[in-house]
Design a binder for this molecule. Structure first.
Ligand code: CTP
Ligand code: MG
Length: 396
């Protein structure tokens, strides 16, 4: 499996301007992250490339395990390496990783997550046809002024010769290797670095979807585009789909632990144990929703490694699950969940639980309960089980 083309995705920045707790490439987007959406585009290329993901040093291992199944599914090589202090250092780390078979290299900002696969194909095709650097670029539509440091307008710049450049930027491998080996100073993109080595770089038409996620408003726009892309890629989104989910939690050894079930706290009842609050009903509903949308299951989506969900209540899981299924082009039709256990007695608070869950999912949720006639672990009072069914409707 040796590809002639490689794509280096730089994702080692911190995303200061986005102001999110996670580094920018690891911020949730659509049903994945900024980085995984970018990788999806790359893997949509006509020719399967050798992929190198350049990530923050402390994310190398987790990124490697996250993308191993993706690589296997796409029959692509995906290497993960640590980036540097600047974008240029990060690209250099990626370059150092390329196998000898590679003759064409595309460098891409993970932050331009929605750049379509076709743009990668076009840049790669132009590099091969013209044997020089190729960068996608858009005309500048605004009138551009040169101003003084204190904000006085000095002149209007002739915009007809200006272009706003994007990524992926493509180069013959030998040019990029040479330019990086001889570079003096810092450049904000690879085209500038390659041009500084005296090599020719051409522009080709860019794509508005290749905009860079920089500030929070950009993430908003990306979320909308990601939802559209997911909806377009889900042909089944024209018919309803159902899913089922089950969950079991044991009662905690600690007598003082509070019980959370069906999104409610139950004072005076013995708590359930678990990485989160042990709300078996909420988790079964999440599984049913994810199954209906074909998005995997709770364990996969909310790994126990994700600190956001440690000790979180059912409502948090349900809200995030709703966001994911909506991003994939669905809305919740209705949900039913049945709790199996001796305690708590549901009836007095059924309406309260249904109202809360219905509000979180913006759809009718029915909650039922039963005992298991003193049989099994639920009958012995060792824990609680829950079984949920969810129906999703196309959002359109
Ligand atoms: N990048 C990188 N290594 C760095 C700095 C940036 O790999 N040391 C990557 C970013 O992850 C991003 C791309 O280069 O995909 C473009 O950079 P930018 O949009 O500036 O991202 P950040 O540097 O993360 O954001 P900010 O400048 O707001 O901190
Ligand atoms: Mg930056």
């Amino acid at each position: 499996m040796s590809s002639a083309i490689a794509v280096i995705v730089v994702a080692a920045g911190s995303g200061t301007r986005l102001g999110h707790a996670e580094p920018k490439a690891f911020v949730p987007l659509g049903s994945g992250t900024v980085l995984s959406v970018a990788v999806d585009s790359v893997l949509g290329m006509r020719e399967t490339p050798h992929l190198v993901l350049v990530v923050p040093g402390d994310r190398v291992e987790s990124t490697r395990s996250l993308f191993a199944p993706v690589a296997a599914r796409a029959a692509a090589a995906i290497d993960v390496v640590a980036g540097g202090r600047t974008r240029q250092e990060s690209v250099a780390s990626g370059l150092a990783e390329l196998p000898a078979s590679v003759d064409t290299v595309l460098v891409h900002d993970a932050a331009r997550a929605l750049a379509p696969a076709l743009l990668f194909d076009e840049v790669a095709g132009a590099v091969r046809a013209r044997r020089r650097g190729i960068v996608p670029a858009l005309d500048v539509v605004d009138t551009v002024k040169r101003v003084s440091v204190d904000g006085r307008v000095l002149e209007t710049v002739d915009r007809s010769t200006l272009r706003a450049v994007q990524t992926p930027q493509g180069f013959p491998r030998s040019s990029l290797d040479h330019a990086y080996a001889t570079a003096h100073g810092e450049f904000t993109d690879d085209a500038a670095l390659v041009a500084s080595a005296g090599l020719i770089v051409d522009v080709v038409p860019g794509d508005v979807r290749a905009f860079k996620i920089t500030v929070p408003a950009d993430l908003h726009r990306a979320e909308q585009l990601a939802a559209e892309r997911a909806a377009a890629a889900t042909p089944a989104a024209s018919a309803p789909r159902i899913g089922t989910g089950t969950d079991v939690h044991a009662f905690a050894d600690d007598d003082g632990a509070p019980l959370w079930l069906a999104g409610l706290e139950w004072p005076g009842e013995r708590g359930l144990s678990g990485h989160s609050d042990g709300d078996a009903a909420a988790h079964a509903i999440c599984d049913a929703l994810l199954a209906a949308a074909g998005l995997g299951d709770v364990g996969q989506v909310f790994g126990t490694a994700d600190a956001r969900f440690a000790g979180a209540h059912g409502e948090v899981f349900l809200a995030e699950t709703r966001r994911l299924v909506e991003a994939a082009g669905w809305r919740v039709g209705n949900v039913t969940v049945q709790i199996v256990g001796n305690r708590p007695k549901l009836a007095p608070r059924r309406a309260e639980a249904e109202a809360l869950l219905s509000r979180v999912l913006d759809a009718p949720v029915s909650v039922a309960a039963t005992t298991s006639d003193a049989l099994g672990f639920t009958g012995r009072g060792e824990g609680v089980a829950a079984i949920a069914t969810a129906m999703l409707l196309p959002r359109g």
